[in-house]
Ligand binder design. Structure first.
Ligand code: SF4
Ligand code: SF4
Length: 580
């Protein structure tokens, strides 16, 4: 992070400079640390500028011009999601910043940082990556300005965008930059080109143009569904024209094999924030004792960015690699003996895979409407892994904090019993999200009956184990298709059970998801019209049905730069709207 550190390492210059909107935590749960270690292990000299001042380019330039390229990311979250709440109020905290204080990164960080890099190092290739770039790789809906925006590649004027998980693409980019080769057609990347600069020997998915999406909101939905298929299929290009140019998406990078995952997560991470920070970083504290067991999720939930980012194919680490990481953790001074989480996007998908290979599959989810018979999810093996970790010397207990899919756990009674009895710590997070089967279908979540069955098993097992413990249900308001009456029904069901909801999230139409496209288009995946609680007032009304005191004492004014959307569908005939 400094000239002094370069001197200690014996580096006269960097090969690659990363610029990130998060503070630097050298832990495998942080993407920039993961890629930095990966590139370093492959012989590149990588520097990192974390949360630079953006008023001038001084911070960016402090380690000198890198030899190959600058990699720019907003950090672990889209910068607007990091800054604004579901009701477009400014957040005052930021878990990825020392002291947890907001304000250390700009809005639209990728664009701002890309400009800074160009100012500091004219002519240096600028490569975008991370979730903000990945989910904004083609035309997308921007909730915070209530408008469609074209690919972030155009606004950031970047040379390349790495989408999804970047290990393969970033290595190939570095190799080509070093060899002076073209950056075209690297799997897992997008670039701007003339529309005719497409390879002729690979399948191409033609997405609706930016202009077509502006003219017809349904086109955003078609494009998002097509992009989901492109990611899952794995062998096709996708192209979207924007005026006289085109965004060309090479096929996604192949998921890492178990051996590659083991090598990546076995790199010598310090598992700590950079020593220059004087204040604690909340995300670092939260994740310090967590272990990533896999990436990818077969859930395909329509509101989740996973399908377009990590994809549905799951890359798992081997048991031995995970155990070795825990052994190393246990040897560290001041380690408490508690493993806070062993998981991925969904903990109980470790080692899950498609028995058929999956590439030709047309389903959008391996779990919805019911878990696919070919989706192999070895629950007992997962439980055996958790037990093996718990039995290591120096380990007091192991928790599963990243949440489990109830429908998959229910495939194996013994696994449910083990999760309940041994790994919950008194509370288990499950995300039924809603009780209305119509809304759950739109979310691509299992019907309520699955949650009820899981709950019954959880209670029975807790009783048998003589433990008082709870399920913490995650719920969502304001989802496209959800009416006020659906929310009242949910509130009634919770009241019958005597539950006071604690974890209720109002749906945020983040860029790139199918649910966001449904929100924008006012239609379900088949194009049928859908009621959408669109304005802040409508969304707040739904939210308060479950959380009556929510926001009563906060100012109503929207945050600077955030615009309230008009109700786009007030002019639609009443028959096109469902519910209230
Ligand atoms: S199960 Fe969880 S991680 Fe997987 S797609 Fe659904 S919301 Fe995302
Ligand atoms: S066949 Fe089943 S398990 Fe395989 S990708 Fe399709 S839905 Fe998933």
């Amino acid at each position: 992070m400094s000239r002094e550190e370069m001197r200690v390492l014996g580096w006269d210059a960097l090969d690659i400079l990363f610029v990130t909107g998060d503070a630097y935590v050298d832990h495998p749960a942080f993407g920039v640390a993961l890629l930095g270690r990966w590139l370093t292990a492959h012989g590149y000299r990588v520097g990192l500028v974390a949360q630079p001042r953006w008023q001038d380019a001084e911070d960016i330039a402090r380690m000198g011009r890198p030899r190959l390229f600058a990699g720019v990311t907003a950090g672990a979250l889209d910068s607007l999601l990091a800054h604004y709440t579901a009701f477009r109020k400014k957040r005052h905290d930021d878990a990825y910043t020392p002291g947890g204080n907001a304000g250390a990164r700009p809005n639209r960080a990728c664009i701002v940082y890309a400009n800074l890099v160009r100012r500091a190092f004219p002519g240096l290739p600028v490569i975008l990556g991370g979730i903000e770039a990945s989910l904004r790789r083609i035309t997308h809906y921007d909730f915070w300005t209530d408008a469609l925006r074209r690919s972030i590649l155009l606004d950031a004027k970047a040379d390349l965008l790495i989408y999804g998980m970047g290990e393969r693409a970033v290595l190939e980019t570095a190799r080509r930059c070093a060899a002076g080769e073209s950056l075209a057609d690297i799997p897992g990347t997008a670039r701007i080109a003339a529309p005719d600069q497409l390879p002729t020997d690979a399948p191409v998915i033609r997405l609706p143009s930016h202009e077509a999406m502006e003219a017809d909101p349904l086109q955003l939905l078609h494009a998002t569904l097509a992009l989901e298929r492109q990611v899952h299929k794995g062998d096709s290009y996708a192209v979207q024209s924007v005026g006289t140019r085109a965004v060309i998406l090479a096929p996604p990078a192949a998921p890492l094999s178990t051996e590659e995952m083991d090598r990546l997560y076995g790199l010598p991470f310090a598992r700590a924030a950079h020593p220059s920070y004087t204040a604690a970083i909340p995300a670092e504290e939260m994740l310090r004792a967590s272990v990533t067991s896999h990436r990818g999720c077969g859930g395909g939930c329509s509101f989740c960015s996973l399908a377009l980012h990590q994809g549905r194919r799951i890359s798992s680490r081997s048991e031995e690699s995970i155990l070795e990481e825990v052994r190393r953790m246990a040897r560290r001074p001041r380690f408490s003996g508690a493993i806070s989480d062993v998981g991925g996007p969904t903990a109980n998908m470790w080692q899950a895979h498609c028995a058929l290979g999956g590439a030709s599959c047309r389903r959008a989810s391996c779990c919805h409407p019911t878990p696919c018979k070919s989706f192999i999810t070895p629950q007992r093996r997962h439980v055996a892994l958790l037990r093996a970790i718990r039995d290591l010397p120096g380990i007091k207990h192991v928790r599963v904090a990243s949440g489990i899919r109830a429908d998959l756990a229910l495939r194996d009674d013994e696994a449910v019993y083990a999760y309940t009895k041994e790994f919950t710590g008194g509370q288990l997070k499950v995300a039924p999200e809603h009780c209305s089967d119509a809304v759950l279908r739109l979310m691509r979540k299992p019907p309520l009956e699955i949650f009820e069955r899981f709950l019954a098993a959880f209670r029975r097992n807790s009783r048998q184990a003589g433990r008082e413990q709870y399920v913490v249900p995650y719920l969502m308001s304001g989802f496209p298709g959800c009416t006020d009456e659906d929310m009242r029904e949910l509130a009634r069901r919770l009241a019958v059970r005597g539950w006071k909801p604690q974890q209720v999230q109002c749906f945020i139409p983040t860029p790139g998801t199918v649910a966001t496209a449904m929100f924008y288009a006012g239609a379900d995946e088949r194009g049928n019209p859908l009621y959408v609680a669109r304005t802040d007032a409508e969304r707040l009304r739904q939210h308060r049905i479950l959380m009556p005191s929510f926001g009563r004492d906060t100012p109503r004014k929207p945050a600077d730069g955030a615009r309230r959307p008009a109700s786009r569908h007030t002019d639609l005939p009443a028959r096109r709207r469902r519910g209230t």
